[in-house]
Design a protein around this ligand. Sequence first.
Ligand SMILES: NC(=O)c1ccc[n+]([C@@H]2O[C@H](COP(=O)([O-])OP(=O)(O)OC[C@H]3O[C@@H](n4cnc5c(N)ncnc54)[C@H](OP(=O)(O)O)[C@@H]3O)[C@@H](O)[C@H]2O)c1
Length: 220
Amino acid sequence: MTTAIIGVGNLGSALARDLVAGDELVVLAAADQAHAKALADELGPNASAASVEDAIAGADAVVLATWLDQTKELVPAQAGGLENKVVVDPSNPLGFDENGQVLRTLPDDQSAGSIVSALLPASAHYVKAFGTLGADALATNANREPRRVALFYATDDEIAAGTIERLIRAAGFDAVKAGGTAAALRLEMPGGELHQSGLNGELLDLDQARAVLARTEVNT
Ligand SMILES: NC(=O)c1ccc[n+]([C@@H]2O[C@H](COP(=O)([O-])OP(=O)(O)OC[C@H]3O[C@@H](n4cnc5c(N)ncnc54)[C@H](OP(=O)(O)O)[C@@H]3O)[C@@H](O)[C@H]2O)c1
């Protein structure tokens, strides 16, 4: 299985490192292809770099590790290539005000996931995942001992669920399904109670994640 990671910034590079360390094949793309190539060269034979179009074409799963505004342009432009692919969306509806303070760019009841999933071709297999930890935490907590850190995901799609469970495990974490795509709102920051920032920065193991899920259960 090959995973395309579109975007090799904070999040995309952390995820690429975790997946390659877990023996997964990744193909990397960025706005500036030199950024993708530099990371691929560093990560070795399990990583390669390609244009966005070629990376998507050669992959089974595609992680959109770009900002929501970038993703909103990228997905329609690559819609043909995304047909039938598992599409992993880690985006948060985040922006910054003129003082550099983080602000939410969508209404409180609207998730980035609802926007990205609606832009995809109907045959794509959408899943919200890999955005629930800060990039630093994702980079430094793979294969935590004695208990792995759990990552929540949300999807309505069984194929996407199977693929993301495998990728989360390969990246060195335990997977916990939070619900259908509507549960994406709970996984995003600011505001999501299943995002690390909504958990006071805590990193949960599998039992703790399941307990939080049960405690905060809503019908999604
Ligand atoms: N940073 C975090 O801690 C964190 C945690 C959870 C979720 N997320 C989410 O992850 C996403 C990425 O965040 P980030 O912090 O990694 O951002 P970032 O460091 O700014 O990286 C963005 C990446 O997207 C690439 N890119 C931009 N437009 C593109 C296009 N049209 N085609 C291909 N690649 C394009 C950029 O390419 P260049 O390298 O060429 O500029 C860059 O590699 C966001 O949606 C964010 O909400 C981030």
